[in-house]
Write a protein that binds this ligand. Structure first.
Ligand SMILES: Cc1cc2nc3c(=O)[nH]c(=O)nc-3n(C[C@H](O)[C@H](O)[C@H](O)COP(=O)(O)OP(=O)(O)OC[C@H]3O[C@@H](n4cnc5c(N)ncnc54)[C@H](O)[C@@H]3O)c2cc1C
Length: 416
């Protein structure tokens, strides 16, 4: 047997990125240990909207956003906000974000994102089959709603972009056309784009646990311990954990929004920050939701989770330490009740999660610039669930030294 097949690999972080990568590496014959300070789906992967959003190829840093952003940022409860206590710390990230919004960089990011989406979609379908995961999926499409013709017209370039990148969709220009797919939406929403191939999981926490269970059933181990530092050895890596040092031939770092802190111990400075997001989950569905709804002008979505509904979204630039501002979640619920008359808003549970975000909205999928034995897999922003199986496939290729199938240079850790 080749040496690589005996490699012991430590995967740090048991969110959707880490568990999916651990399973993919195990499937290639590696002995894999998954480490997390709090357990499976203990971070952002527990509470997201559950969407496989392959159609969302556009990064947040779009050309011209810098002109629009100040207006949003000044509205403390608008869809995009910056916590004043975090502004200074975020300045270097915002400068990189601004540079990423240049036309050429934006176009390159869309291309890279689109290639990753195609790979991720195919990989996700294989994974669903491999772990018998179909009962945990919902294939009900997604509808993006617009309030009036002007808002719809402004969205058309992004639909054209999707068309160019192979996304299938239909455009609706009357409330009646919308009602054929989703009855009950307020008629102020006059236009929509519908993506029929969009898929959701019934619950992102259940899906993450399901993948982790498959990993354990095949002999993988999951250990609870905090990772404090990584040290490259001549061959392999030493990992300092709260329960003592560990050695591995390779380490995959998939610690979500906290990954840059661990990368720093290697000497790598990665401009990872967080876009905090909020949601409220209602255990029973008071509204007959037939497809995943996106209210583009208001920065939130409504999805079915289990037997209930989840209303969530917003982007708050506020770092990892400031306390949540749950007014953001309340505002989204108030809007949901207005936009979907009959939506009952009692008994919901609020949540805030930390999207792990790079300034150009592309993840880091790359060897560490300091140690080729450390593979980085983090920074998926709004799309970690969507891109998890694709990322796992790429991580497995990087560990094996195989050609990855797509150009990975846009995802390098040292691209900034
Ligand atoms: C409101 C909201 C809605 C979203 N909706 C969607 C959606 O519909 N579709 C989609 O694709 N994405 C969505 N996302 C984004 C998605 O949730 C994230 O991109 C994804 O969960 C990131 O996964 P991860 O595994 O990288 O990180 P996480 O799930 O955060 O996992 C990281 C893990 O690392 C562990 N960890 C951290 N530091 C250490 C340490 N020092 N030692 C040991 N362990 C450590 C943590 O305990 C955690 O378990 C949404 C996010 C939010 C906030």
């Amino acid at each position: 047997m080749a040496e690589a097949e005996h490699t012991e690999i430590l995967v740090i972080g048991a969110g959707i990125i880490g568990v999916t990568a651990a399973l993919a590496l195990q499937s290639e014959g590696h002995k894999v240990r998954l480490l997390d300070r709090a357990g499976v789906a203990a971070g952002t992967s527990v509470g997201n909207a559950g969407a496989f959003a392959y159609a969302d190829v556009e990064p947040l840093a779009t050309p011209g956003i810098i002109r629009k952003a100040p207006k949003w940022l000044l509205d403390p409860l608008g869809p995009l906000s910056l916590r004043p206590g975090y502004a200074l710390q975020l300045t270097p990230w915002l400068l990189k974000f601004w540079r990423a919004s240049r036309k050429d960089r934006y176009a390159a990011a869309v291309k890279a994102q689109s290639e990753l989406m195609h790979l991720a979609q195919a990989a996700q379908e294989r994974l669903i089959t491999e772990v018998s995961g179909e009962p945990l999926m919902r294939r009900e499409g997604q509808m993006q709603l617009y309030e009036g013709a002007a808002s719809y017209r402004a969205s058309l370039p992004s639909w054209e972009l999707r068309r160019q990148h192979g996304v299938t969709f239909e455009l609706f220009e009357t409330p009646d056309a919308i009602a054929e797919i989703q009855p009950g939406v307020a008629r102020r929403f006059t236009h929509a784009g519908y993506t029929p191939e969009w898929m959701n999981t019934v619950d992102p926490a259940l899906w993450t646990r399901h993948v982790a269970e498959a990993f354990v059933a095949r002999g993988g181990t999951i250990e609870i311990t905090e990772i404090r530092a990584l040290r490259p050895l001549g061959q392999g890596v030493e990992v300092e954990t709260a329960s003592g040092p560990l050695r591995a031939a390779k380490v995959v770092l998939a610690a979500g929004a906290w990954s840059h802190r661990i990368a720093r111990t290697l000497g790598d400075r990665i401009p990872l920050d967080t876009e905090r997001g909020y949601n409220t989950t209602f255990p029973t569905a008071s509204f007959d939701l037939r497809t995943h709804l996106t209210f583009s002008d208001h920065g939130f979505v409504i999805s079915r989770i289990g037997e209930g509904l989840r209303v969530g979204g917003a982007v708050e630039l506020g770092g990892l330490e400031l306390p949540p501002n749950y007014k953001r979640a309340e505002i989204l619920v108030d809007k949901a009740a207005t936009f979907l008359p009959g939506f009952e808003t009692t008994g919901g549970t609020q949540w805030m999660g930390f999207r792990p975000s790079m300034p150009d909205s592309l993840p880091v999928i790359s060897a560490s610039p300091t140690s080729r034995d450390v593979i980085y897999a983090f920074g998926h922003g709004h799309l970690g669930l969507t891109q998890s199986a694709g990322t796992a496939q790429l991580v497995a290729a990087l560990c094996a030294g195989r050609a990855p199938g797509i150009d990975l240079s846009p995802f390098r850790a040292d691209r900034f």
